[in-house]
Write a protein of this length. Structure first.
Length: 307
């Protein structure tokens, strides 16, 4: 499970006491998720989707245990063969829903972590999010041009700050990845733009704005948080309607934006699937799944959570 990036020294990371039993449980859970991901692939040659480990309301020690397990940690074993699993993909991508929690974790955890902000975006916090979070790799809930513009400003400010300080953090990627959130279920409680169509150009116009007016952002793809009822109703023999809608939205946007002519180099990714339905999402072509409770266990109330 080692990799060059995860093994880099990071003098700014404080010592954290890791409970061996907790480390072992987390690695076992992560191994089980990785096995489920592989099993759900349409074919053995299919590329593994990115696994974003959703660590919201979980302590920083849990993140460190998965990203940089102690050398003495026993490897998890395959549930079928009972043989140690040595080739787990490195746990590099972690997702957070709350800006303050993400900021605090980014300050004390290795800079080799790639953070994803997956919660609801507030316009008045976008600049600070992109400017202050070390290792912020993606923001997955962009749904207005105003928020995109503010994220672009924040990322520009961060780049200037790192250059001025000659900081060791200047190995961060030059562009901040963003996903446009699509409300595939039509629920009023859900954020996101309406799926694109000939009549509705909201998603297209937002994507065009990011592509042409936000030089510090990279349009990475589209994201959805589907309806719980649809997730529960999906079986290995059926398809999730939210995932079908997101795939159609992606294909429509690529056509409207003229991206198909560039081939895979400009292809928009699909970020869909969570703990309860990531296997179905992978079967339907997801490029990224966001898995939390299946790895970390149930979350405490927000008022009781500790970084």
């Amino acid at each position: 499970m080692s990799n060059a990036d995860a093994g880099k020294s990071d003098a700014s990371v404080p010592e954290m006491k890791l409970d061996p039993a907790r480390v072992s449980a987390l690695l076992e859970n992560y191994s089980a998720v990785c096995n489920s991901v592989r099993t759900a692939l349409p074919s053995p040659s299919s590329q593994l989707p990115r696994i974003v480990l959703v660590s919201k309301l979980k302590p920083a020690a849990d993140v460190l245990a998965l990203h940089r397990p102690p050398p003495s940690s026993p490897l998890p074993t395959d549930s079928v063969s009972n043989v140690p699993v040595a080739d787990l993909p490195p746990a590099v991508h972690f997702g957070e829903n709350y800006q303050q929690e993400l900021l605090e974790k980014s300050k004390i955890l290795p800079r080799t972590i790639r953070w994803h902000f997956i919660g609801g975006l507030q316009s008045n916090k976008c600049v600070a999010l992109a400017r202050d979070v070390r290792g912020l790799w993606a923001v997955e809930s962009v749904d207005t041009t105003k928020k995109a513009s503010l994220l672009d400003k924040g990322k520009g400010d961060r780049k200037a700050k790192l250059v001025e300080a000659n900081s060791g953090d200047n190995d961060e990627e030059d562009l901040l990845n963003v996903f446009v959130q699509i409300n595939t279920s039509g629920e009023e409680s859900k954020s996101g733009v309406t799926p694109p169509s000939e009549e509705n150009r909201e998603a297209k116009e937002l994507c065009e704005f990011i592509l042409h007016k936000c030089p510090n952002l990279r349009l990475r793809g589209v994201m959805t948080i589907g309806a719980i009822a649809r997730s529960k109703a999906t079986t290995p023999e059926t398809e999730n309607e939210d995932f079908l809608t997101l795939k159609k939205a992606r294909d429509t946007l690529e056509e409207q934006l003229g991206l198909k002519a560039f081939g895979d180099s400009r292809r928009l990714e699909l970020s869909m699937g969570m703990s309860s339905d990531f296997e179905a999402a992978i079967r339907q072509g997801s490029d990224e799944v966001r898995v939390g409770t299946t790895i970390f266990g149930d979350r405490p109330p927000k008022s009781e959570a500790k970084v």
